[in-house]
Design a protein around this ligand. Structure first.
Ligand SMILES: Cc1ncc(COP(=O)(O)O)c(C=O)c1O
Length: 368
């Protein structure tokens, strides 16, 4: 028999978008895909070279604790970027991208028969990880009137894990630093862990967004970082968790069983990626150029762009039928309800097509 949690699950929404894309291509339509959030930006040559240079004749199994050089690079980056002092040996563990680590957190902490809480609209993995771990889930609606931040008074007493994700996918909202202090205070009162998915902290346009690591009390803060968006390295699968020593110990005990330590040649390339900011500035400039092409035309057409302060997403209030009308013209966007009921009435543009494709999409939008 198949695990009922799996058979009861709806198709991962992006599989449906991929099917729509293939249909369009088969009909000879020129597709511009703003659907899935997989960056098309090139990985910096310096990072690619580091991987090549590190490729050994034989690669043994990597250890779950990761290379000391990678843990040091991750801790050093947290220090420079967020002004926090982390012990690379007791407060950092490398991950195979962040998705697997996000998925399995509820199995590592005592979430069974407790509640995992997350805001919606959301990246779907918080829910799926919780369900496979036998936890209950509780969602907090993220609405425009509250800046797409959750109502902390609505966190239930039996919460074991509360997920937050700022800058937020899909809305692009940013949490102020004080939010993390309030959340940390609530975590102490109700005894839960804060799981902060920070995949997008480096894709910003005005000011660098804060991290949950900057909370005055970070004794219950677990941060998930990744090179996927910051360094356009989705396929490398490389990230890290920064957390209190007891959580890192638990992860070091759990992760060898799952076998999710990143390959050592990827870890060596990752050291280079965490140690350089120039390529990240270039990446931000590329996303900024694409925003600058799309924002004015969306405004001219009366499509309101809300939040969207950071990340590579634009969160747009769109009239009914927008997704279909765009699809007919080869422009794929994600319907907001893919990310949860509070996403209804919005569409998400992931700024992953090339600048030239964004310019073409702008003309299509203009003529719509
Ligand atoms: C909010 C959010 N978190 C985490 C991830 C996972 O990224 P990765 O596993 O590539 O680190 C993504 C990827 O799209 C995301 O959108």
């Amino acid at each position: 028999m198949i695990n009922p949690t799996l058979s009861g699950m709806a198709t991962y929404p992006f599989v449906r978008l991929e099917e729509a894309r293939r249909d369009l291509v088969a009909r000879g339509v020129d597709v511009i895909d703003f659907g899935k959030g997989d960056p098309n930006e090139p990985t910096d040559p310096m990072i690619r070279q580091a991987l090549i240079d590190a490729l050994p004749e034989r690669a043994p199994y990597p250890l779950a604790a990761g290379l000391p050089e990678l843990r040091a690079a991750a801790a050093g980056w947290c220090g420079r970027r967020f002004g926090v002092d982390l012990d690379p040996d007791t407060e950092i563990v490398p991950t195979y991208g962040s998705k697997e680590a996000i998925f399995s957190l509820a199995q590592v902490l005592d979430a069974q028969d407790n509640t995992v809480v997350y805001g919606e609209p959301a990246y779907p993995v918080y829910e799926r990880g919780a369900l496979f771990a036998g936890a209950r889930v509780h969602t907090l609606p993220l609405v425009r009137e509250h800046g797409f931040l959750p109502d902390l008074d609505a966190i239930p007493d039996d919460a074991a894990i509360v997920w937050v994700n700022y800058p937020h996918n899909p809305t692009g909202a940013v949490a102020p630093r004080a939010f993390y202090d309030e959340l940390a205070e609530r975590a102490r009162e109700l005894d839960f862990y804060i799981a902060s998915d920070e995949a997008y902290t480096e894709l910003w346009f005005d000011e660098p967004p804060p991290s949950a690591l900057q909370a005055v009390d970070r004794s219950r803060v677990i941060v998930f970082q990744t090179l996927s968006k910051r360094s356009s390295m989705t396929g490398y699968r490389s990230g890290f968790i920064a957390a209190p020593p007891e959580v890192i110990d638990a992860l070091k005990a759990y992760r060898p069983t799952v076998g999710t330590a990143p390959q050592e040649f990827v870890q060596r390339a990752s050291v280079v990626a965490w140690s350089d900011e120039r390529h990240v500035e270039e990446t931000r400039a590329r996303y900024r150029a694409k925003r600058d092409v799309l924002l004015p035309v969306l405004e001219r057409k009366g499509w309101e762009v809300v939040a969207s302060e950071a990340t590579m997403y634009l969160w747009v209030v769109a009239p009914d039928g927008t997704v279909e009308r765009l699809l007919e013209r080869g422009v794929i966007v994600s319907p907001g309800e893919f990310f949860g009921p509070s996403g209804a009435g919005y569409v998400r543009f992931a700024l992953v097509p090339t600048l030239e494709e964004c310019e073409r999409a702008a003309s299509i939008l203009e003529a719509l």
